[in-house]
Design a protein around this ligand. Structure first.
Ligand SMILES: [Zn+2]
Length: 140
């Protein structure tokens, strides 16, 4: 399961609302203890997708590397990626699956009419053919 602390959760929701009606994306930093991942910090990253960003996001590999480095400097790991779905449910799309990595948790925030609605966390398999829902909780 993945647990998001109050500060990173507030930052993620604020980021998603700010870029609405486009998709936002960012990195989640924290620690893994057995089966439980705890997110202690969220880093907003730029949506680098060159086209219409209302239904698509793209992360630059160098931004992810920088987030990974920042995590290590703070004694944490890069444990997941978050992005938003403006006026769409928090499902994991075929595009999301195609661009996924099996070692990260993917948190999707559904933003309806500019306000947070619901969220899900997804764990893609190594073949990138399906993603299972991961238990998600947040504070605040
Ligand atoms: Zn998506």
């Amino acid at each position: 399961m993945i647990r998001i602390e109050a500060a990173p959760w507030a930052a993620m929701v604020a980021h998603a609302r700010k870029v609405y009606p486009n998709e936002c994306c960012g990195a989640m930093l924290g620690l893994t203890d057995g089966e439980t991942k705890t997110v202690s910090e969220a880093i907003a990253l730029e949506n680098a997708f060159a086209g219409e960003q209302a239904a698509r996001y793209e992360l630059r590999p160098q931004d992810l590397l920088a987030a990974d480095k920042a995590a290590r400097e703070r004694g944490m790991d890069l444990i997941g990626i978050y992005h938003s779905h403006p006026d769409c449910g928090a499902y994991f799309s075929q595009t999301d699956l195609k661009n996924s990595c099996p070692w990260y948790s993917f948190v999707v925030l559904s933003i309806q009419k500019g306000e947070f609605d619901h969220a899900n966390s997804w764990l893609p398999n190594a073949e990138q053919t399906e993603a299972v829902r991961e238990e998600l909780s947040w504070e605040g």
